[in-house]
Design a protein around this ligand. Structure first.
Ligand code: APR
Length: 235
């Protein structure tokens, strides 16, 4: 493979699986236990906000007991060491990339550790439980806060920045995602259209595996560090 000059990495729940964070569509995944329409849609939130707050409160409090794994750390090393352009885009709402040392991962589906006020539109770091009694630190309104995460039917964040990076990259690497959810599942086609080399690193072939020129299958904590060393060695 030629020496890349501009890399875009997309990660999904599979990169956090070995840290003990549940994935969505694996056997026993989150969506096998909870109906996404109840907890990850604006309609579900309008119907029963406390149910939604509880769902995210559990996942937010779970962050305290998980650690970044070798795959998160390897991507942070790649970002620090690679001399070309590098952008990490994640579908994950956990904070493991940051805690591994990644500078500014693009959280296209938002972040568990942030609150968004429906009344004044402000965003705030939020590490504890959130409920309808929570007060917005900016406008002081009560009952207007929601987790700052992107629900089904909502527009992912920072799509202009992501599209721009995909149009100008020469290496696109997808890690730990099943390729079920758009627009992330379409990034590989945007990268290919820009002439980038496209690689999928995943436990098993994803829904979109045929779209990738190359695939490396295995556990992220094994295949990601190996892949990063390969890139950094310029081999
Ligand atoms: N190493 C590498 N890959 C793994 C591992 C592992 N240890 N464990 C699981 N995987 C792979 C699975 O094979 C699967 O292809 O990670 C992928 C996880 O897929 P999903 O559970 O569908 O998660 P993701 O692709 O991130 O979901 C995308 O859907 O529900 C929405 O907003 C949610 O961001 C999420 C989006």
């Amino acid at each position: 493979m030629h020496r890349p000059t501009s890399i875009v990495v997309l990660t999904g729940a599979g990169i956090s699986a070995e840290s003990g964070v549940d994935t969505f569509r694996d056997k026993d995944g989150i969506w096998s236990k909870v109906d996404y329409r109840d907890v990850a849609t604006p309609e579900g939130f309008a119907r029963n906000p406390e149910r939604v707050h509880e769902f995210y409160n559990q996942r937010r409090s779970g962050l305290a007991s998980v650690m970044p794994n070798a795959a998160h750390l390897a991507l942070a090393r790649l970002e620090r060491t690679f001399r070309g352009k590098f952008l990490l885009v994640t579908q994950n709402i956990d904070d493991l990339h940051e805690r591994a040392g990644s500078q500014q991962p693009v959280h296209m589906h938002g972040e568990l550790t942030k609150a968004l006020c429906a009344s004044c539109g402000s965003r705030h770091p939020w590490h504890g439980a959130m409920s309808r009694a929570s007060r917005c630190p900016s406008c002081n309104e009560i009952g207007q806060l929601r987790p700052d995460v992107v629900w089904f039917g909502e527009m992912p964040y920072l799509m202009d920045e992501i599209d721009e990076a995909l149009a100008n990259c020469d290496l696109f690497v997808s890690i730990g995602t099943s390729g079920n959810v758009y627009p992330a599942a379409g990034f590989v086609e945007q990268a290919r259209y820009a002439g980038a080399h496209t690689i999928e690193l995943n436990l098993e072939p994803s829904e979109g595996h045929v779209l990738f020129e190359q695939a490396i299958h295995g556990r992220a904590t094994e295949i990601v560090p190996e892949f990063v060393e390969h890139i950094l060695a310029g081999r």
